[in-house]
Design a protein around this ligand. Structure first.
Ligand SMILES: NC(=O)c1ccc[n+]([C@@H]2O[C@H](COP(=O)([O-])OP(=O)(O)OC[C@H]3O[C@@H](n4cnc5c(N)ncnc54)[C@H](OP(=O)(O)O)[C@@H]3O)[C@@H](O)[C@H]2O)c1
Length: 315
């Protein structure tokens, strides 16, 4: 099968597209003919070798953790799906070696959920990892109806879904992005957008959130997180998907901090599908590339300024 993989860590020049053996569905597994693979920042971080101490890995290492496709075959003791079913998945496995930048992948059936009918394969592949991250971050932040949430990095992959899920939960949503994405964030359901290029965003946030946000959701880290933490109310919550912070100031103000790393969860993907089928949740794919153009997809991802999602078409 055709696959995009690396044989060594490094820059975009390490991405190779060539034939590798087609996998088989093992015990409890499903073989999926992948039609589209979502691209995420973690893909280039793995390519660079930045996660090599966190995950066991083996070369040739096929990149990619998101897929949409059709079940080709099922292995022994796998009964949830049948050949021909359309599925989508956050396909991360314990070892980095099998990935979704390929024509086929075999993975445990528990990773898969039925694909939303309303979406194309390209659209469906854009959803799992980032929508699950947004879902799990808002759960960790215990966001309730009537509360306010300030989302740092609201126009990217995770932000696009976090804004919508927070609005669905009945929260007041303020998003941080550059000015070119203000209207986009509002179209997703944000009540207000703050432009990080225009003055100090702490002041703008203070004008909108007089006592501070109930929850700050950080998708940027670094200085943005440091300043975003000053926008939470005493007794509020901060959730970061980037880094762990142990700040004295948070403790003094009785602010609860949580870091999350997204876990596969097919039930949550089922819930997200229901929201999509009900017309309450959507995706935004801003760039589509072929498997041969994976380096171009990484180049775009590495800018840190992608609106919504990037997807590779694999079939
Ligand atoms: N812990 C986890 O489980 C987990 C899961 C998913 C992702 N992540 C990480 O979370 C980060 C975001 O992921 P993503 O998929 O959302 O990335 P992305 O799609 O590349 O997000 C880029 C977005 O960030 C915005 N942005 C750039 N600079 C900003 C700034 N200074 N302030 C506010 N917004 C800014 C950009 O908006 P403008 O173009 O308007 O600047 C762009 O829309 C990545 O580092 C990723 O690896 C972690």
């Amino acid at each position: 099968m055709k696959a995009c993989f690396i044989e060594d860590f490094g820059g975009r020049e390490k991405l190779k597209v060539a034939d590798l053996p087609r996998p088989h569905a093992g015990e409890g597994e499903v073989l999926v003919r992948i039609h589209a693979a979502g691209v995420n920042p973690v893909d280039f971080k793995i390519r660079e070798g930045w996660l090599k101490d966190l995950f066991p890995h083996r070369f040739p290492l096929i990149l990619g953790w998101d897929l949409a496709g059709v079940v080709e075959a099922v292995g022994p003791n796998a009964g949830r799906f049948k050949p021909g079913d359309s599925v989508y998945a956050y396909a991360r496995l314990p070892e980095l070696q099998k990935g979704t930048y390929a024509e086929y992948m075999a993975l445990p059936e528990g990773r898969l959920a039925r694909k939303p009918n309303r979406l194309s394969m390209i659209e469906a592949a854009s959803i799992p990892l980032t929508a699950l991250t947004a879902y799990q971050a808002l759960e960790a932040g215990r966001l309730q109806r009537g509360e306010s949430v300030f989302i740092l990095g609201a126009s990217g992959g995770v932000g696009t879904f976090a804004v919508q899920l927070a609005a669905i939960r009945g929260a007041r949503v303020i998003g941080l992005s550059s000015a070119k994405n203000s209207a986009y964030i509002k179209s997703l359901g944000a009540d207000a957008a703050i432009d990080y290029e225009r003055g100090d965003f702490i002041q703008s946030a203070g004008e909108l959130l007089l006592e501070g946000a109930d929850l700050v959701l950080d998708c940027r880290g670094g200085d943005t997180l440091a300043r975003g933490m000053l926008c939470v109310r005493p007794g509020g919550r901060v959730v970061s998907i980037i880094e762990i912070v142990d700040a004295e100031d948070l403790k003094k103000r009785d602010v609860r901090f949580a870091y999350i790393f997204v876990e596969p969860n097919a039930q949550q993907l089922d819930h997200i599908r229901e929201l999509i089928e009900g017309g309450r949740f959507r995706t935004h794919v801003s760039h589509t590339f072929s498997l041969d153009e994976a380096a171009k997809a990484h180049e775009q991802m590495e800018t840190g300024h992608t609106r919504g999602k990037i997807v590779l078409q694999t079939a």
